[in-house]
Unconditional design. Sequence first.
Length: 530
Amino acid sequence: MGASGIGAAGADVSPKGGNPLDVRRRAWAGSVFSLPNVLTALYLVVGGMLVSRHGLWRDEAQAFLIARDSASIRELFYNLRFEGHPPLWHFLLWVLTRVTQRPEAMQWLHLAMAGTTVWLVARFAPFPKVAKVLFPFGYFPLFEYGVLARNYQLILLMSVVFCAVWVRHRTGYVRLGVIIALLCLSHALGVIVAAGLGLMLVIDALTVRGKNRWRGMFSWGFVVGFLIAAVGAAAAVQVAVPKEGGTYAEGWHWDFRPEHVQETMRAVSDAYVPVSPWGEKFWNRSVIEDDRLAAKVGRACAVGALLCVIVSWRAALVLLVSDIGLLLFFQVKFLGYWRHHGVLFVALVAALWIAWSARPVVVKEWRWWWKGVWWVPRGLFMGLLGLHVYAAAVAVYACWKYPFSPGREAAAVIRREMKPGDIVVSGNQVITTSVAAYLPGVKMYFPVGGRWGTFTLWDDTAWGDANAMQILAFAWKQKTGVIVVRCWDGGRILGAKELGRFEEGIADNEMYSVQRIGPLKEPLGSGRRR
């Protein structure tokens, strides 16, 4: 035939790109199997396996129970009065619990948010590919802010969203203001990170010159965005400050003795080197046991992090404001645990994102010092992420081998043994929230404080342990069967039958003895000790 483009079988053949259908298929495959999608899918598989084995511990259950048992938004805010947390996470859970009261739904929602964070980092972060691969499987993204369903994931997610939007829309002040407001509403520590990002935005707007000047401080977009961020910050502070009568993390501690400052500097070590010893009780335990050594490591990490972002005044400002604010909070308000200290790592990720977002034009011959300024921080960051992957492996091993909290198992025993009309009594309202989360529709009675409920009320009765006489007196008055959940070391109550004992768990203090009393047919004090 001689006509070009006609194959032997009479099909069209493109002289350069091949069959157009094949080209589209390759493009589709390349899009579906891109690095962000593959990493996110792998992360969700690993995270999903861990979440399916993870029983809620008391702090996870506390937020879920407050949301589940609040009949309205107004009641939700009232129940948050002693919590010390802004309302965004609780509001999301309140919406979720209008659909289902299964606590697993909270865990899958949290994992979905964590997966979104991973995808955004892999898609938009100016990090080396090795860093993008390591990041999702580090200690904080995978375990503390992935498997454990708390509001700390919102700090990481909102910080990542801010960076992704800021790089592409430097003057999109309204959307950036909304993101900062959401960051403030995520957690009290999120307000501090938001302060660093917000101050950077303000100063950056002041530096706009020439024909674009009106896009800076004098634009309506900036004013609206600033007001949105300010309202979000004010609302977060208003809700987060515990009301009168609260007893959790109360007071300010203006103690700057060297030993106290040393304890605070350990927080930087925990954030950058979160390596625990292998075993069941790994959580919040560092292989660096000596406080003085940990403080030295913390100071070295803080200085090294600043040097890694010094190429950008914007990044340096974000890191300095965030780190100083967080360390001051740990010093004078609440020292916290690794989940709190990890916000220092979040601030580092945001600062590095900002610092490396404007890569200079590559020339054939860089000066040796510029090569060092550009590549050395990337090598250090990848080494840090590799260390975090090892730390995550310690946590994953322990969580796969041991229950995090036996509350789910204790609740299963209660559901199996509970008869119509039975009442559940909590020996300690703090540690039994993880049990209550798996008992939908069941209100517990708290003898200490004399109230019915499920979640902890952080007043002066919060940590009180109900003694056997209080529990027996209540059981006698009810004339019904009573199932008691108390600390495993509290001993057997007079005349009670032990239904189960749960002593194994990663979370401290969450070890239970489930006992059944009655119905009592004889006056208080009769019966024999078993």
